[in-house]
Ligand binder design. Structure first.
Ligand code: PLP
Length: 319
């Protein structure tokens, strides 16, 4: 995977109830979420439509539903409904005059101790805040695929940390795994649970292909059940590709015909190697390529009519 410089953040951010210049969207050092990891986030993409006339948010309602579920888990109160959050996001894109593929990062977080609250770790008696930033981001993994290693870091059980929510503090586990993988010359890490079952990659879900069928760990495993994962399962069903949600171990990956990762950031990324074992022919296989094609069409408005509700059009340009 190529290393890229930090992308420039869009000039305007949504910060604590107002649209402000990004450079003015500052937080105090005492921010509780900074001290204790008590924030939740989402990653949402907007893509330029295939016909060039529109920007399309992909599954924004699903992302914000997950966001509000994550908020509830951490007792972060947001005054907004899903529809309002989608509207704010559209307005943010419009105010920035966004015309190209963009990644949006809503962040809900514990901010400051309310009067009478004792300093220390906790979730109650602390004010809450919401900020949304965006930055231009196209595909950042090579279409020819990546190399993954199996991490020595184990995915925590969801009884230890809410893995099904996107909690900022929990991403220390993902960061350690990604960093270890890159230091060893790989592009990404695949994490197992304490019993050796495949959970997910550092910020993506994992699929294997065996004899033309998709295999992916069940949504009840210790993983984030991704919206892209759900999209892939839906598109596979549409196109007659059968799928099983079942436990996988490392040998299932080594022995697979194809392996690919799915995520909002990473899209559909073929995996050519897992810890030194080439997958299939060591290049993207036909099922991965077919799923990637359907996905690429869907997110840019050229997919099947029954999935148009996944897209929220945003008027492009200022004014
Ligand atoms: C740990 C983890 N797993 C899976 C995913 C994929 O989820 P989604 O497809 O909803 O982006 C992500 C990215 O958000 C992630 O951070």
């Amino acid at each position: 995977m190529t290393t890229q410089a930090e992308p420039a953040v869009a000039a305007t951010a949504y910060h604590q109830g107002a649209f402000v210049p990004f450079t003015e969207a500052a937080l105090p050092l005492t921010t509780q979420a900074l001290q204790y990891g008590t924030g939740v986030f989402e990653g949402i993409r907007a893509h330029a439509s295939a016909d060039g006339g529109r920007l399309l948010l992909f599954r924004a309602h699903d992302h914000y539903e997950r966001f509000l579920r994550s908020c509830r888990l951490l007792r972060i109160e947001t005054p907004h409904t899903v529809d309002e959050l989608v509207e704010i996001t559209c307005e943010l894109l419009q105010r920035n005059g966004t015309t190209t593929d963009t990644y949006l990062r809503p962040l809900g977080y514990k901010l400051a101790l309310l009067p009478g609250t004792r300093p220390g770790v906790g979730l109650s008696g602390i004010s809450d805040a919401l900020s949304i930033t965006g930055f231009p981001m196209g595909a950042y993994t090579p279409p020819g695929g990546i190399r993954c290693t199996v991490s020595s870091w184990v995915r925590p059980r969801s009884a230890a940390i809410p893995i099904h929510a996107k909690v900022t503090g929990g991403y220390v586990n993902n960061a350690l795994a990604a960093d270890e993988a890159r230091a060893a010359g790989y592009d990404d890490a695949i994490l197992l649970d304490g019993r050796g079952r495949v959970c997910e990659a550092s910020t993506a879900n994992v699929f294997a292909v065996r004899a033309g069928r998709l295999l992916t760990p069940p949504a009840t495993a210790d993983l984030l059940p991704g919206i892209t994962r759900d999209t892939v399962l839906t598109l596979a069903a549409d196109h007659g590709i059968e799928a099983d949600e079942d436990e996988l171990d490392v040998s299932d990956l080594h022995g697979a015909d194809e392996v690919f990762l799915t995520g909002t950031g990473i899209g559909i990324t073929p995996v050519n190697e897992v810890s030194g074992h080439p997958i299939g022919a060591g290049e993207p296989g036909p099922i991965t390529r077919s799923i990637a094609r359907h996905y690429a069409r869907t997110i840019r408005g050229g997919g099947d009519p029954q999935h148009q509700h996944w897209l929220t059009p945003v008027r492009i340009g200022r004014g």
